[in-house]
Design a protein around this ligand. Sequence first.
Ligand SMILES: Nc1ncnc2c1ncn2[C@@H]1O[C@H](COP(=O)(O)OP(=O)(O)O)[C@@H](O)[C@H]1O
Ligand SMILES: Cc1ncc(COP(=O)(O)O)c(N)n1
Length: 282
Amino acid sequence: MSAPPPSLPLPLPGDTPVRVLTVAGSDSGGGAGMQADLRTIALLGVHGCAAVTAVTVQNTVGVSGVHEVPAATVAAQVRAVVTDIGVGAVKTGMLASSAIIEALEEVFGELGIGSRVPLVLDPVAASVGGDPLFSGSAQDTLRDRLFPLATLLTPNLDEVRLFTGIDVVDGASQREAARVLHGLGPRWVLVKGGHLRSSPVSTDVLHDGTSFTELTAPRTPTTNDHGAGDCLGAATACALAHGWSVPEAVALGKEWATRCVAAAYPLGAGHGPVSPLWRLLG
Ligand SMILES: Nc1ncnc2c1ncn2[C@@H]1O[C@H](COP(=O)(O)OP(=O)(O)O)[C@@H](O)[C@H]1O
Ligand SMILES: Cc1ncc(COP(=O)(O)O)c(N)n1
């Protein structure tokens, strides 16, 4: 890749960095969820805080168990972080249950998350291998309670199908999906095209209710794509925390995700992780 790697201003030793809070599940295999978010956040020079929603028993082959954290404890983690440490942006991933989503709606409202503080909402429904990460009613609760609070909603194509019934097969249906999802309340929608595997490029569509912007990158031929969406969302949240606009932040997130997919490695017997470790090389 010839363009310089995407980067954000780095804190000097001893300086307090910008902070981002991820509200997500733990992936014991370390490929996705909170572990992926925190890797990206650290490598972009940002301090990561973490409110855990669920402990998943997970490896590269699948999810074999989920242990939810009580909803009040999830909300308490968010309140403890935001009232003391302060954050420039919040990202949500696996939210597990209706009870957790309802508790988050309340604490987000109380703390200005989604209004004063940008909120990147990744509507995680299943793992890359198809194992469910929330129950059927949580899907409706997420759509009705949290989509309207989101600064940016970042569904993949399976999540688009779940929330809109639209099967994205080309640019026109991808834009239509973005339009329908925008109607559910988020200020911006990014429909990620990573799952359109027949295409030689991977195109994401950004929409704010008025204009459509296509972000296109060459497709890396790999099945090691666990955590790609987390890399994108976490990097975007870091840029928002630095005060960047949504289109600028998404452009950085896309570039970051593209490089992380290109650096993915095999691990275990299933889907290996995309990796931000290339950043350590310089
Ligand atoms: N094989 C690939 N090559 C290049 N970019 C990819 C590839 N797979 C996914 N991406 C990019 O990674 C990001 C996450 O996409 P996607 O896989 O659709 O989401 P998720 O990980 O949430 O399922 C998007 O920017 C997408 O375009
Ligand atoms: C805890 C947790 N959060 C999110 C994902 C989705 O990521 P992916 O679609 O890459 O499996 C996951 N598998 N596990």
